[in-house]
Design a protein around this ligand. Structure first.
Ligand code: GLN
Length: 548
């Protein structure tokens, strides 16, 4: 039988519940337990797919095509195991399911209510992950903060679940903030006491309290929190600010979070967590031997969460190459204002980000032209790849009005066009080409060289694609389709073999990069950037770097 750990948040949002949940999961996994993490989000959108990145950061896509919260990205990056539809549930999805059942007449004339119908459905979704006996421990993160009106049904679902399953099968980890008042030189526990009191009004009491703090918690403070929040003193865990999110599992191990959870769940400790690979990653991350500067060209660059997976993939690829990757954010609209040289000078690589719609598109195209002509390593993802196709059409093939029909419906050169099966779709949510698709790589391509295999599977999220009517012209002029969907022939990867490193992918490789498996395309891109950086310094070093 699977055991459950619920992670709730108190006092304020943005304390990093996702990172704490992922760190705990990592430690339990490293002790040999099979663990998964689920996120319950209290908003009414069915999924974050229709949410603007300004609202919600990046939309993370799973293999089975779920558009999910970005915390699922952390779960995968920490655990290196894939998540699925079942790992992210929203209030919208719960209500949609219950209302559809009501329309079918499934409630046999009864009044449908939050309790028990909505809470029963929440419970069903929580326990669904245990169905195939795949996991020893299921960690469920409850989005929002205790006390929010919209989180109440979730809290109210845990209460009976804990009662049914028994305390030894179901524990609650509460993440809270211990603010430090500089003027008084004091850490304050009152907000935590209040948030635990709020929980207890709803029938729940935490087993473990994880305290986010900017100052170390001394024994007195821990004792005070334990006393007033009714937990054991060793169950008050300090979560100090970390240099990198990847330090947090080690911090939590030092505080015994995993061991205390196991003890409360009446599970054996098994072995000490095996974190050999994790530590070697951290060691390389913290002691880089070289440095590159890469430009991230996008239209949401002021909002770091919008490109979370790309930024993390850079961290993974940098570490494996023992190279510090400094990311320079470049707003594509700024490029349009005409100062391209000053914005892009000094870069060792340029990545053009995914996106939707017209805004900033010409800036992206200009950045790609610069990367192509100056032979700077280039990596285009989804819209970034589509822009590289438009740029090539305009500036190499001479189709000066070429475009994607997403931006210009009536372009005479629709080099990027809407997919046939997308043409009649009117509903926005969940209708893109989503999730994992197979791709076959050409044996003489750079993509094949970096992946080291011919067949790959990568995740998609888009409606437009390369228009194969133009393929011959592109290939003749030097842009090759080096990755194709073996079933449909859709172009998934484009390359310019003449260029030192110019790759565009219709899919999103960043979604599959993890600490233990950095994505080959990011690793290859960083190596190309290192070669470029070395060639700027001295031709001799460049030769040495060539062998990387
Ligand atoms: N807007 C483009 C499309 O829908 C690209 C999407 C993306 O970058 N994820 O095809």
């Amino acid at each position: 039988m699977a055991k459950y750990v619920f992670v709730t948040g108190g006092v304020t949002s943005s304390l990093g519940k996702g990172i704490i949940a992922a760190s705990l999961a990592k430690l339990l996994q490293a002790r040999g337990f099979k663990v998964t993490i689920q996120k319950l989000d209290p908003y009414i959108n069915v999924d974050p797919g229709t949410l603007n990145p300004y609202e919600h950061g990046e939309c993370y896509v799973t293999d089975d095509g779920a558009e999910t919260d970005l915390d699922l990205g952390h779960y995968e990056r920490f655990l290196s195991t894939p998540t699925s539809q079942a790992n992210n549930v929203t209030t919208g999805r719960i209500y949609q399911y219950v209302i559809n059942k009501e329309r079918e007449g499934a409630y046999l004339g009864k009044t449908v209510q939050v309790i028990p119908h909505i809470t029963d459905e929440i419970k069903r979704r929580i326990t669904l992950l245990a169905q195939n006996n795949e996991y020893d421990i299921i960690i469920t993160e409850i989005g929002g903060t205790v006390g929010d009106i919209e989180s109440l049904p979730y809290i109210e679902s845990i209460r009976p679940l804990q009662w049914e399953l028994g305390d030894e099968n179901c524990i609650i980890v509460h993440l809270t903030l211990i603010p430090y008042l500089k003027a008084a030189k004091e850490l304050k526990t009152k907000p935590t006491q209040h948030s635990v009191k709020l929980m207890s009004e709803n029938g729940l009491s935490p087993d473990i309290i994880v305290c986010r703090t900017e100052e170390p918690l001394n024994a007195d403070i821990k004792r005070k929190i334990a006393l007033f929040c009714n937990v054991k003193q060793d169950a008050v865990i300090e979560a100090a600010d970390a240099e990198t999110i990847y330090d947090v599992p080690l911090h939590m191990m030092r505080e015994n979070l995993d061991a205390i959870c196991l003890e409360k769940l009446e599970l054996p400790l098994r072995n000490e967590p095996d974190l050999k690979n994790w530590k070697s990653f951290l060691n390389k991350l913290k002691h880089p031997k070289t440095k590159v500067v890469v430009g991230l060209v996008g239209k949401y660059v002021e909002l770091q969460d919008a490109y979370k997976s790309i930024l993390e993939a850079f961290v993974h690829a940098g570490a494996v190459n023992e190279c510090k990757v400094e990311v320079r954010n470049i707003h594509s609209e700024e490029i349009e204002k005409g100062n391209i040289r000053s914005l892009l000078s000094g870069l060792d690589g340029i990545l053009v980000a995914p996106g939707f719609g017209n805004r900033g598109i010409e800036g992206k195209i200009a950045a790609i032209q610069y990367a192509r002509e100056q032979k700077i390593p280039f990596f285009g993802i989804c819209l970034g790849m589509q822009c590289s196709v438009i740029e090539f059409a305009r500036n190499v093939l001479g189709y000066s009005t070429a475009n994607s029909t997403e931006m210009d419906k009536h372009t005479p050169y629709p080099v990027i066009d809407i997919m046939e099966d997308q043409k009649n779709i009117i509903q926005m949510g969940g209708t893109m080409r989503l999730g994992a698709y197979e791709c076959e790589l050409s044996l003489d391509s750079k993509a094949y060289e970096v992946y080291g295999k011919q067949y790959i599977s990568e995740r998609h999220r888009h409606r437009w694609e390369f228009n194969n009517n133009f393929l011959e012209a592109f290939e003749k002029a030097g842009m090759k389709a080096t990755g194709r969907n073996p079933k449909t022939g859709l172009v998934e990867v484009v390359e310019i073999p003449e260029h030192p490193y110019f790759i565009g992918t219709q899919y999103h490789p960043e979604l599959k990069s993890t600490v233990e498996n950095p994505h080959p395309l990011f690793v290859g891109f960083i190596q190309a950037a290192m070669r470029y950086a070395a060639s700027k310094k001295s031709p001799v070093t460049a030769q040495t770097a060539e062998s990387l």
